[in-house]
Write a protein that binds this ligand. Structure first.
Ligand SMILES: [Zn+2]
Length: 75
């Protein structure tokens, strides 16, 4: 299994399998857009709605990521 799971980079916005618990005021939906703010053996992601930061191992991240929403390099 190669490919999708390795296609993220620092700064990308990703969607996770589980949304964050916070609610986006404009849409009244749970937020599910996270920016990758650290990419090493551990990965740090920041909720783009409430700025909550979650850190996890790369292994966990690979299990929990759903897809990349916005590639930073394509800005
Ligand atoms: Zn949030």
């Amino acid at each position: 299994m190669k490919g999708a799971m390795n296609m993220y980079e620092l700064g990308d916005i990703v969607e996770m399998k589980k949304p964050h618990a916070c609610i986006i005021k404009a849409t009244n939906k749970k937020a599910n857009a996270w920016q990758i703010t650290r990419l090493g053996a551990d990965i740090k992601i920041r909720c783009t709605n409430c700025n909550h930061i979650v850190m996890m191992t790369r292994r966990d991240f690979n299990k929990k990521i759903k897809k990349v929403l916005i590639k930073k390099s394509e800005d």
